[in-house]
Design a binder for this molecule. Sequence first.
Ligand code: PLP
Length: 413
Amino acid sequence: MLTLDFHPTGRHFLQIPGPSPVPDRILRAMSLPTIDHRGPEFGALGLKVLADIKRIFQTRHPVAIYPASGTGAWEAALANVMSPGDHVLMYETGHFATLWNKMATRLGLKTEFLSYSGQDEHLPLAAGWRRGVQAHQIEERLKADTQHSIKAVCVVHNETSTGVTSNIAAVRKAIDAAKHPALLLVDTISGLASADYRHDEWGVDVTVSGSQKGLMLPPGISFNALSPKAIEASKSARLPKSFWAWDEIIEMNKAGYWPYTPNTNLLYGLSEACEMLLEQGLETVFARHQRWAEGVRSAVRAWGLEIQCADPAVYSPVLTGVLMPKDVDADAVRKLIYERFDCSLGAGLGKLKGRMFRIGHLGDCNDLTLMAALSGCEMGLKLAGVKLAGSGVQAAMDYFAGHPAIVPMQKAA
Ligand code: PLP
């Protein structure tokens, strides 16, 4: 039998930006017996999760749930609204935006990849990987497209490879200012249920998300939240689609079922996750992540290291990228922290490989979880010979102690 317990004592610190640690309450919910996915009990479960998940996306419109990872939901979004050769405008914010762009090309779309036009002295080859989507560039490009050949604008809300959260309301405004009919497709795979996200209010046509980040579930479920305009577009879109097709899913979902076998136990978990998030209130959930993020950033500043995101207006509440000095291999530091202190950190991806590591502050997490992870980082950085300006652990302790959580742990008697 495969044994997965490599951690002889205590718990492993899973501080990557997803999959995130799963709360016990969700693990217990998922351990219930698997039921008949065409039986009456299942219909009730299906209707409940479909209603709850709309509240998490802040939408009144249908949300398609797939038994797939986020990459599947990316493909679903494109396959449902695009036709072969359609022109899509995408924006390079990091590794995940790059992968979505590559997928669109492989699906036979004509992709145009806008990127940040400014400079960055520390990362000259990845200046745009330190900033959010520059909405004015999208507006200018769409204004120039007088024939309306661009059919969709695709952006990543929370770029997990960098720790940058783009302003989606500004992208919507840019499309409207250009008076352009393009659809707006947004990836919030790592933003949903941690960073503020409003599908309807921000006029998003298709929102793509996944289970293994802010929803605190294991990987295996992903989503497409839709707009009426996207549903209308799907009726004439001609990219081949079958498993991903919204029409059959929407039809079957009316009674709480799916056209194929859904992942029942993950849906139990989803039901529990939505309850936990809605009990707390989304505003509280968002504020909690902002507070954790600031605590972690105060540690990075005290170490004298650079935060990957160079624009404080778009710091991610979900994760923080920590840029290493030029002569330090970030992967060697991560390896050391993993082996010595049983703590997993996110690697630098794509252009950032070996240059930075990522600390996730999402999922089943609290102040002391983060303090432990930061201790692991500080010890590991010192052991790796990285010169630190001061103690990040002390700075984070001061921040957390000085900024009480909005919801106290225990009510006073
Ligand atoms: N988009 C973003 C922003 C992500 O963070 C990820 C995964 O981490 C993906 C897309 C791909 O999702 P998955 O790995 O679940 O297929």
